[in-house]
Write a protein that binds this ligand. Structure first.
Ligand code: PAF
Length: 286
């Protein structure tokens, strides 16, 4: 596996591949890699001849008071995992490479509507940071296809919308969340949890599954259902940020006839904010 730190080195290699008409798949990450990331890498390898992974802890997607300074930076271990997974190129730029005029002064990519709700309401500016860095990475890598996890469902939709709006010739693949045996979604931030918090953490997915079952079998009062799921979170020792049922395609408030829904939730355990979601298809929408 080749490791490069500059866009010029990255382009030199990708240009060679493209010159030979090889397809390039891309998995953007912030490092501290776990099985969920490696799952994305495996899917990328099936989609193309060459796999590029980026590791970059992007400052512009962290809001005031968040964990940018303490986010785990584990490049050496990550690099070994990627090499073992058959990745062809690791792009690990410094911030100055992606933000030549400084992160605070960067040109921004904004995806209105989708960016301001749910996680975007609690983390103002977060999705502008994500859309901006993903656009920069797409321009630097020039992949044919890019793979994202559905755990960050809102991020996946923001990226899809950006790609469509900017007419980027990139196919976006979303992959289902990889979970621990007790249901907890894999996340780099799970490492922040104390033993006691870790024991409580699967309560987030339990509440989603409960809401999902009620939704498909009986109840269509979405607000009441979300309030009950929030109550379950509180009883399980989590501090809910939100629980919301939305249309899966665009995160709009669902109408009675909508069948493809998604239940999304965010909750705090101590200083750690966890997110998760559950897609639900209604067989007999009203
Ligand atoms: O999902 C992530 O790890 C990040 O938000 C991403 C897509 C790599 C952008 O920094």
């Amino acid at each position: 596996m080749q490791t490069v730190h500059t866009i010029a080195q990255l382009r030199a290699t990708v240009d060679q591949w493209r010159g030979r008409r090889e397809r390039v798949a891309f998995v953007p990450t912030m490092g501290n890699l776990h099985e969920g990331h490696l799952h994305l890498v495996k899917r990328a390898a099936r989609a193309a001849d060459r796999v590029v992974v980026s590791i970059f802890v992007n400052p512009t997607q962290f809001t005031e008071g968040e964990d940018f300074g303490t986010y785990p930076r584990t490049l050496k271990q990550d690099s070994l995992k990627l090499a073992e997974s058959g990745v062809h190129l690791l792009f690990a730029p410094e911030a100055s490479e992606l933000y030549p005029f400084g992160a605070e002064h960067t040109t921004q990519v904004l995806v209105p509507g989708l960016s301001d709700i749910l996680c975007g309401a609690s983390r103002p500016g977060h999705f502008a940071g994500v859309a901006t860095v993903v656009a920069k990475l797409f321009n630097a890598v020039r992949p044919h296809v890019a793979v994202f996890g559905e755990k960050d469902y809102q991020q996946l939709l923001v990226v899809r919308r950006m790609v469509a709006d900017l007419c980027l010739p990139i196919e976006i693949i979303g992959l289902p969340t990889v979970r621990e045996p007790d249901g907890l979604a894999l996340s780099s931030r799970n490492g922040y949890l104390s033993t006691e918090e870790r024991a409580r953490a699967p309560g987030l997915y339990r509440a989603l599954r409960w809401a999902g079952e009620v939704l498909v079998t009986a109840k269509r009062d979405y607000q009441a259902l979300c309030a009950q799921a929030s109550e379950m979170l509180v009883e399980g020792g989590l501090r809910p940020d939100y629980v919301s049922i939305r249309r899966a395609d665009d995160l709009a408030e669902p109408q009675a006839a909508d069948s493809r829904l998604i239940i999304l939730a965010a909750a705090w355990l101590g200083q750690t904010r966890l997110i998760d979601n559950l897609p639900v298809t209604l067989k007999n929408p009203e």
